[in-house]
Design a protein. Sequence first.
Length: 457
Amino acid sequence: MGAFDDEEKEHLLSINNTYGDDEEVFNTFDDTEDDFELNDEKTGDKISMMINPNNKVFYEIFFVVYPLFCGYAILFSYQANLKSVIGISDADKHNSKIIGVGFSMLYVGNLIFRLGHNVVFAFTTSRNRVLIATSSMILSMCTILVIIFFTKDNTTFSIILVYVAYILGGLAIGSFEANVLSSITPLGKDTKFWAIVAMPCGINTVTIGGFLLLGWSKWLSNNIWVFYICVIILLIAGTICYFLRIYWLAQSVSTISLQKLVKDSCFDVENLKAWLWPLKFHCVALMIDMFCVSLLAPGLILYMYDTKDIDFSWFGCYINKFTFTAIYNSFFFIGDFTSRKIFYTNRLFNPFLFLILSGIGVAIALSHIVEIAPLCALLVAFANGSIYTQTNRKIDRDISEKFNLIAFSTWLFVGDIGSVIGSNSIQFIVDGIIYPIYGSPPTSSQDSSVAHSLLCL
């Protein structure tokens, strides 16, 4: 890693003068140029102790990460609503298949840019890539608004814009996650914790709150543009917040050439042993975990209980599907959020232990017992949050800071392989297992006075 130039020295001093009571950050350096060079083997945790010795927590990072994942959630969870706005029915098999491929661009773009950001945006640093990613998500939301307000009557052009919007969304989420986690490494693990918990909060605001609002308000279900505008406002505010509060502090020690880093990391065996080998189990665990998450968040559940009102016979009532989905997603949020808090520690566990919970969750889902289906969400999400947060600590604690970005990128890329396999397996599992064993769900809801009970919202 190259030595700090005068501008970088001044930048580090300004950080410490602003957020520290003294100049302890420089006790680890000498006044000479040679001694003012960071040891290549320093981990992210060690770097953060020098850059942010007083461990100031930058809570505002929550409001940077949160809206990006709101945008991601609205792209994958409101596809049916957008399809309806364009006027494509399920009976229109031709256009349904074409727009379905367009929706899948979110996952394709995400997978490509997990590593692709190191190539496409090799000319700039992680903190600038964060701004590129948030701008891309804003453009994605704006493109969908163009469809809703201007082109919805032109099916062909609307479908083209769907491809554009979802490619931009995939670029955004694929580039954002690794770069925001890497760029804030110098600010310490407590700041990074708030970035990590913002992810499920953003997703579940949309998948829980949004579904509840759709179930309660017919007006909102007919005017979904409101959700996209809200996300745009949050994204703009988050981008401004990042630029004003985080940007000038983030990634101040990452001076190594990213092109050289990628080349050396991919072909130098010693480098691979330094960063990839310690993560081998974590990569495999995340891939299996994300396979389960893509199947059951909510995935298969939407096919298994695809009726207007769902019979909760154990409790003697019916619950409409929007409320059921919100309940299911609430359990997913509880599992994901609490596990990230519990296991964000320096004590690391074998990641395969958490997959036991995923296996139990899959078994509960396949049992087709609707009353315990939320437990499936709880267990799968708890495993997901645990593996995610533990690997973050693993990278920051044990991996050299110069490999921080490539480690995050590769780990997330391998995880997305599981997501892609899982999401593309849903229809096969539904047609090959769920429907043959349990039968197709009824096409019309049951009309029962119980459906208007207290539990049915």
